[in-house]
Design a binder for this molecule. Structure first.
Ligand code: FAD
Length: 404
């Protein structure tokens, strides 16, 4: 996403761009495969439809975004409890306020926090004191109960870590976007997002299956040995590859958050509702479950449903499918025994860790070579795009200043 965003901006400014992509498709971590008629994203991902900078590049209408409900069903004590954003779903106020997930004062605090964050600009959020999300929530006065039963699973699923070590600025940024808009998926899969950006570039600009071996200020060397000349080089890989290509890179190499995603096919949806289900039980391996086809029916063939199950961390143990199925039986009842396991995705490099008070710039020029990617910004599609756009702007500004 960072490389595509950078290339689109440079192309719009009249520059010729060439992208060399190591894998067999564009998108990096945002990809979708078709398996037995189901659309399987590489891990459960959503597009927040109020992403400010990505929204300016994409044709959101053409993506035909399908939204999830603003809220969650929380599994606890053997059943699912409803916790909605009551400002947007007032009809669910009673069930949300009485759900055994935090106290009544916790729920009032969520309202106060919502007001504070929604009334703050992104700039104000970026300038606020930074600490861990857990410390932030405790400072807001939330009880252990709501932190453990709701925030750890909801934001654990977003940050890919339940300890909530992630920066409170990232928490506020995400909370604001959830409050203003919706979590969505494009009707034809998350992979449509990078494909749409790639289609904005002239034919032949992108070469797939071309891993870059070495980079210099005005040239790169492919793994095949071929050398390509250019006016500027941008490394838009993930943070670890960027460090391998450019030893001594100013920013520190990322620690990675991993996730394991299991996909199941069902004859019918167990909830028939476009809403995320969270583990608030304090036990088990599953963090969150979602019937994606309830939001976007095109993710499954007619008459079938697609479930995505996220387990945080990289879990490669034998018996994971059986373990997850036994938990799904508790959550959804005996019908889970007939669900067909489609695939398990092990994503080692899911998100770069985003600890508080990180001070990396969104774009780096390392000895003449430009670097962008989510590791320099926020670990999200929006973060990657912001970094890519800033890099394009910096390249254009540097070219202009050499001319004058
Ligand atoms: C499971 C999961 C869930 C997520 N959920 C969300 C979500 O809900 N919402 C959200 O906004 N974000 C989410 N994200 C994060 C988001 O996907 C990433 O932050 C973003 O896509 C990163 O983009 P990038 O361009 O910085 O890096 P990448 O996507 O890693 O792209 C780097 C590219 O460089 C290529 N490359 C690597 N080495 C070479 C080489 N030597 N030569 C040539 N090419 C090379 C790679 O193949 C890849 O295409 C999620 C990520 C994961 C994995």
């Amino acid at each position: 996403m960072a490389g595509l965003a950078c290339a689109v901006q440079l192309h719009r400014a009249g520059r010729q761009v060439r992208i060399f992509e190591a894998s067999d498709a564009v998108g990096g971590r945002v990809r979708t495969d078709k398996v037995d008629g189901f659309l399987l994203d590489h891990g459960f991902q959503v597009y927040l439809d109020r992403y400010p900078e990505t929204g300016k590049l994409l044709d959101l209408e053409a993506l035909d975004l399908k939204a999830f409900e603003p809220g969650a069903l929380i599994y606890r004590d053997g059943r699912l409890h409803r916790l909605m954003d009551v400002f947007r779903r007032p009809a669910s106020a009673w069930s949300s306020l009485t759900a055994p997930v935090g106290s009544l004062s916790d729920k009032l605090r969520v309202g106060l926090m919502r007001m504070k964050i929604l009334n703050s600009s992104f700039e104000a959020i970026a300038a606020r004191e930074d600490r861990s999300t857990e410390a932030y929530l405790r400072d807001c006065g939330f009880s252990e109960s709501i932190i453990d039963r709701f925030f750890r699973s909801f934001y654990g699923g977003i940050f890919l870590e339940r300890a909530l070590r992630t920066s409170s600025r990232m928490f506020e940024f995400t909370f604001k976007l959830f409050g203003q808009g919706s979590a969505t998926v494009p009707a034809q899969g998350m992979g449509q997002i990078p494909k749409q950006l790639a289609a904005l570039l002239p034919d032949g600009s992108i070469q797939l299956n071309q891993a870059v071996h070495a980079v210099g200020i005005d040239s790169i060397t492919l793994e095949s040995g071929e050398r390509i000349q250019g006016c500027a080089t941008v490394v838009a890989t993930d943070g670890s590859v960027a460090h391998a290509l450019l030893p001594g890179l100013q920013a520190s190499p990322p620690e990675w958050r991993s996730v394991t995603t299991l996909y199941f096919a069902a004859d019918r949806s167990p909830i028939r509702e476009a809403i995320i289900c969270l583990n608030g039980s304090g036990a088990g391996t599953v963090n969150n479950v979602c019937v994606i086809s309830d939001a976007a029916p095109s993710y499954a063939p007619p008459g079938q449903s697609l479930l995505s199950v996220s387990v945080l961390g990289l879990v490669e143990a034998d018996g994971l499918v059986e373990q997850v199925r036994s938990e799904l039986l508790e959550w959804f009842g005996p019908e889970a025994s007939s669900w067909r396991h489609l695939r398990t995705d092990h994503t080692r490099r899911g998100l770069p860790e985003q600890l508080p008070n990180r001070s990396a710039p969104t774009s780096i020029n390392q000895a003449g070579v430009w670097v962008c990617g989510d590791h320099l910004s926020s670990a999200s599609i929006e973060g990657a795009v912001v970094s890519g756009k800033h890099t394009a702007a910096a390249i254009l500004a540097a070219r202009d200043s050499t001319k004058s």
